[in-house]
Design a protein. Sequence first.
Length: 588
Amino acid sequence: MKRKERPTALDVQRSQQAAATESLSQDHALVQLVDQEGAATGPPLDLALSSGPEELRMLVNQLTGAEDDTPYIFTLDAQEVIGQLAAAVTASGASAEHALRVVYTPAANFRVRGLSRCTSKMSGHAQPVICVSFSPEGNRLASGSGDHSVRLWDIHTETAERSCTGHRAAVSCLAWAPDGRRLASGSYDKTVRLWDPHTGGALAELRGHAGRVVDVAWQPHHRNAACNRLASASHDGKIKVWEVSGGNIGLDAGGDAKAAAETLVRAEGTVGAAPAEATDEQFVAAHASRPAPERSAVFLAQPGKAGSAPKAVSKKGKAKARAQRRQVVRGSGRAKLIFSLSGHTKAVTCVRWGGEGRIYSASRDRTIKVWDETNGHLLRTLSSHGHWVNTMALSNEHILRTGAFDPSEATVLKGGGIMPVVGDAHLAATERYTKHMRGRPEQLVSGSDDFLLHLWADLGPRASGKPICQMVGHQQTVNHVAFSPDGRFICSASFDKSVRLWDAGTGKFIATLRGHVEAVYQCAWAADSRLLLSGSRDSTLKVWSMATKKSLADLPGHADEIYAVDWSPDGARAVSGGKDKALRIWKP
């Protein structure tokens, strides 16, 4: 046999596994079905190893007494059962001589198809695209750029809808309110701006940070029916929590800004203005003693011209423009600083608002701090990383993002988008959250410049403060982490050109997804947790299958590095943006 005709080591391994699977498929074994919490369902069952997911699904539905035919995903030692049980036993290295623990997880009752083509290249930004985000219902798309602007796009025509200008430096982050009625953007100009996505008009500018704003997070819908509180994180080492009222939602952006301002003043009156020479911090301090309805650290940006400085709105028309920009107004467009969270000694890198009444912040001081959302008190400090903490993710992040919008109803709408909420949206969000969590605690995963990930499960005030697992494997900085929507997997993207998969319950390593030839910047999960999208410095995107742990598709098209990716909550499309200043829409 010629050398090039000899089988490789991989070929030999595959043939051995195939032979072992064929042999095992003739046998039986004891199988213990276990739910996500680790509780056994029924007694151990003597099953043929030729059984597959369909037989296991029928058994689980029978044992649990489910009224409807619930679909499930089955795993054996983190190895998904796709075909016969025998194949999973061989792949996982388990022994059929002992009882096999098969974990079942409810699967999404809709299926997202893999991405295969670029349907549009959307130009308009004059500088690299830094962040992109679909709205909670998937009907709108926003992008932030180094050209100081936020753009809103029509996902049905795949064209630019509105440009929101006003920031004076690069836009670093975007966050939609969980009801989809407001959009927040943070910038290197040290401010947060709120926008009306229906009109593109600016609602307010939140000032008070002394450093660039790098992340923004809204309070979840089930915790706040009004969806009017958000937290901003800055390189000044602080997290500020704001409350927004009114907001001119639905006001025509093409209307007359001056008339709108004068109407507002006639209706509500001017409460007060800061001195022209006051700094941002002095302005906050000056109003800290006011009653809550009057206390504010913002100015009202006129809804008619996004980002424009307010015109003279006093009754006499003699106030200076600088003082008017910082006016405190009752009613529509009013916002106030609730509290400022201080404790980090270096720049804050990200903030997350959890579903259990806690706010999480990560910092370059190598710590993660947990705060009480009601009073801003520090609950605990997690200090196990050895270098900057760059990124965090929550196990319930997908359900917090979509709120009351149910992706399982997405197929009802033609062209994409999630079914509108009928009835009480707050109640719907609460029911969805309760059903998703099923009494399980909120989990947190963090990634750092020390090349490690830490998984945290017990985050209450009486917790030990130690991670349940330290996840080792990356060879360079961990840049991004994310839980899958069903909470089964964690993905981590690194500068070492790889994406790694981990078991979300135990932190156990599952697989390395290799294929990119440069650093991987960001990942995005499909809503059904079966597919993963990654964007890289090598100017390509890759779609990965969680069933095979292999690449399904390579998506070239960008002319330079890809900084941001997102997959719509309805699974109908994905978006990517980067250094080539263009957004690309991807569909099956």
